[in-house]
Design a protein around this ligand. Structure first.
Ligand SMILES: Cc1ncc(COP(=O)(O)O)c(C=O)c1O
Length: 409
């Protein structure tokens, strides 16, 4: 496999040539990534040329609708799912909220669902509230030291009454990559559907959602180099069975059935820019013409390879420090480059101030994984220091981060 051409990659992101960001190294990518150039250009173009109600018969409107359709189809290709299985909503939190309402109508009192305490609250709280309707909520708990979810523990929670299993592809704090295909197989064997929060995973390369076997797969495009939208894949047969959450007279249409907040047309259209970027990455690094799903796999592996290369020195350095607790695995092979730390001798906020003074953009918070932070024995009000990066991060920025941490602890 070729190695990533970092200069090419960074040239695709206007933020890297933005004077006001020049002296800053960005380590809050898990909060939201920089947007790639094609997304910004498409958003701009949409507002200039096609900012009209889409899907009418006049030319500007036709084009507006075509650009939205293009985004859906091209992202579906990269995720290896059917176009009609892709839904856009305002955010992942909103998408899970609506989904949970749909399941509330479909489930019976006494039915069971499984949630975790590893998830961001977006894929947890909305489901837990189904208890108000008599649904039995079972919690799959992490190991309090490592933050891992053990699939063997899930076996004990599954029963003939389990209808839904909700879990993350990767935690936004512990960063361990869960064995999604194995967990989906377990959920299916129990007769349940698997709802996977991919928000912390997708920025590191889109997954082949079909191969994972998830019935529902959600992530946030503003963390995958795109605009502020949530994307959710819902398998067609499940989407057909779920009660309509949109306008009653559109109940027989999949589009809009699970996304009652009308879409942000310009941002939906602009998200095709993510596919433009992935196409450009593919064309720059690989020969030959292959279908989108294969381009997606290659781009995924290219990003992952680069990220692991950068993660190794950071984890090696962290392993030598007794004054920092690394949350989640210390083996780069097992985790995403989302690195949450608990300083043992100083409040995390003070360390963060030191990083900010040294040109590092990072954050201290519970990052809405309140339950996980608590389960790891850390006060969510104090929070954890999180430094997160993606494929466009430069090795010099990792060096700068390590030096800044060293001076701030
Ligand atoms: C793992 C994870 N899931 C869900 C969400 C919620 O996404 P959104 O902001 O699109 O609602 C986030 C946001 O940070 C997240 O990190």
């Amino acid at each position: 496999m070729p190695s990533l051409d970092l200069a090419f990659v960074r040239a695709q992101f206007p933020a890297f040539s933005e004077p006001s960001l020049k002296d800053w190294a960005f380590f809050e990518n898990a909060g939201g990534s920089y947007a790639c150039g094609p997304v910004i250009e498409r958003l701009n173009r949409y507002y200039r040329e096609t900012k009209v109600q889409p899907y009418a018969s006049y030319p500007a409107s036709k084009r507006a609708g075509e650009e939205m359709d293009e985004a859906r189809a091209r992202l579906a290709g990269y995720l290896n799912v059917a176009t009609e299985e892709v839904n856009f909503g305002p955010s992942t939190s909103m998408n899970t909220y609506v989904l949970a309402q749909a399941f509330r109508q479909m489930l019976e009192p006494g039915d069971e669902i499984v949630v975790t305490n590893q998830d961001h609250e977006a894929n947890s709280g909305a489901w837990r509230r189904l208890a108000d309707s008599g649904i039995v909520v079972r919690e799959w708990c992490v190991d309090p030291e490592s933050g891992r979810l053990d699939p063997a523990d899930l076996d004990k929670l599954l029963s003939k009454k389990t209808r839904v299993v909700c879990f993350p592809h990767c935690s936004n704090i512990a960063a361990h990559v869960n064995p999604v295909a194995e967990i989906c197989t377990k959920a299916h064997a129990a007769g349940a559907v698997a709802v996977v929060d991919g928000v912390s995973y997708a920025p590191h390369g889109f997954p082949d959602v079909k191969a994972l076997g998830a019935d529902i797969y959600l992530f946030s495009l503003y963390k995958t180099y795109g605009p502020h939208q949530g994307l959710m894949v819902v398998k067609r047969d499940l989407a057909e069975r779920l009660p309509n959450q949109g306008h009653f007279f559109k109940a027989d249409k999949l589009l809009g059935k699970l996304t009652p907040a009308g879409p942000d047309h310009a941002q939906v259209a602009a998200s095709a820019g993510i596919a433009d970027y992935f196409d450009a990455l593919h064309a720059h690094h690989f020969d030959g013409t292959v279908e989108a799903a294969e381009r997606g796999r290659r781009v995924h592996d290219l990003m992952e390879d680069q990220e692991k290369r950068l993660l190794t020195p950071l984890l090696d350095w962290l392993r030598q420090r007794n004054d920092l607790r690394l949350l989640g695995p210390s083996d780069p092979a097992e985790r995403a480059p989302t690195v949450a730390l608990h300083p043992r001798n100083r409040p995390a906020a003070e360390v963060l101030a030191g990083l900010t003074a040294r040109g590092i953009m990072a954050e201290v918070s519970d990052f809405y994984a309140y339950r996980l932070v608590k389960a790891l024995g850390i006060d969510p009000e104090v929070g954890v220091l999180r430094v997160s990066f993606v494929h466009y991060t430069a090795p010099e920025e990792i060096d700068k981060l390590i030096a800044a941490l060293d001076q701030s602890l």
